[in-house]
Ligand binder design. Structure first.
Ligand SMILES: NC(=O)c1ccc[n+]([C@@H]2O[C@H](COP(=O)([O-])OP(=O)(O)OC[C@H]3O[C@@H](n4cnc5c(N)ncnc54)[C@H](O)[C@@H]3O)[C@@H](O)[C@H]2O)c1
Length: 272
């Protein structure tokens, strides 16, 4: 096993990479020459994406993990080290969303969503950090590792009328923003920890939101999505690739001095 850093081919693990934003990030990292551990709670989806990457010429490994399970998170970080010798960047991307009016919410709704979005982000972050602390920096003056969490503009203030039907989601993403700040302090200067706050990304998650929120308001499928897109200054829906540039930057040597930040990348929807 080669434990030396390979600056040309850093190792990245992405949770929730079986589809959507995580899959888009996995492809972007692979195109940039990184070795990728594709993880998802759905083993078949993770394997399918890892196969896509390998067919495109990248080094990729699939590792199933439920991020709400500490053992799965430890096994994920271990798998990266066992296969590729180290873990340079962990992207804690997996997350759940639910549309349900606040007064109809049950404790089980909160528990289910926060278990993944908050506890899962914490457990995957912690498992990665344990491994990263044991390895040498990728180059002199660089941190030993990078952690990138997927928050959301929904974790910021406001968010308009949708706020009343996504309370656990908004609370979970605000918690991720706070967790990133705590982890950045706790892990500095060895590991940088930052969050990405996307806007309206064209994935299955938003398709389900459009369907469920539209049903609550008596709107046809696609109507909510169209209305929301009209409000984006950049004039179009966000694609997973639009998130990738920021993730690549946060994983790069250029971002070695950035930590504890949560950065909006949303076509100008939210400016703070
Ligand atoms: N789509 C958007 O508009 C948007 C906006 C802001 C933030 N985000 C965030 O980006 C992340 C990815 O969103 P997406 O739109 O790609 O969602 P998605 O629903 O399309 O994909 C999520 C993936 O996570 C996996 N997953 C679910 N529970 C898991 C668990 N317990 N352990 C491991 N994997 C699990 C799913 O199997 C799926 O492959 C989420 O954290 C989401 O909250 C999405």
């Amino acid at each position: 096993m080669n434990l030396d850093p390979d600056p040309a081919h850093p190792v990245v693990a992405v949770t929730g990479a079986g589809q959507g934003i995580g899959r888009g990030l996995a492809h972007a990292f692979a195109r940039a020459g990184m070795r990728v551990v594709v993880s998802d709670i759905r083993a078949d989806a993770a394997e399918a994406v890892a196969r896509e990457l390998r067919e495109a010429g990248a080094q990729a490994l699939a590792q199933a993990a439920d991020i709400g399970d500490a053992g799965d998170c430890a096994a994920l970080a271990d798998a990266a080290v066992r296969r590729f010798g180290r873990l340079d960047t962990m992207v804690c991307n997996a997350g759940l969303m639910q549309i349900r009016p606040l007064m109809e919410l049950e404790a089980s709704d909160w528990d289910r969503l926060l278990r993944v979005n908050v506890t899962g982000t914490f457990l995957s972050l912690q498992a990665a950090a344990r491994r990263m602390r044991q390895q040498e920096p990728s180059a002199p003056g660089q941190p030993r590792g990078r952690i990138i969490a997927m928050a959301s503009i929904a974790g910021r203030s406001g968010a308009g009328p949708i706020a009343g039907v996504i309370a656990p989601y908004r609370a979970s993403k605000a918690a991720v923003i706070s967790l990133v700040q705590s982890a950045a302090v706790a892990l500095a200067p060895e590991i940088t920890v930052n969050a990405i706050c996307p806007g309206l990304v064209d994935t299955d998650m938003w398709k389900r939101m459009d369907r469920d929120w539209g049903a609550l308001q008596g709107k046809a499928p696609g109507e909510i999505w169209r209305q929301r897109i009209e409000g984006i200054p950049m004039g179009r829906a966000q694609q997973p690739e639009d998130v990738a540039g920021l993730a690549l930057y946060l994983a790069s040597p250029a971002a070695a001095y950035m930590t504890g930040q949560s950065i909006n990348i949303d076509g100008g929807l939210m400016m703070n």
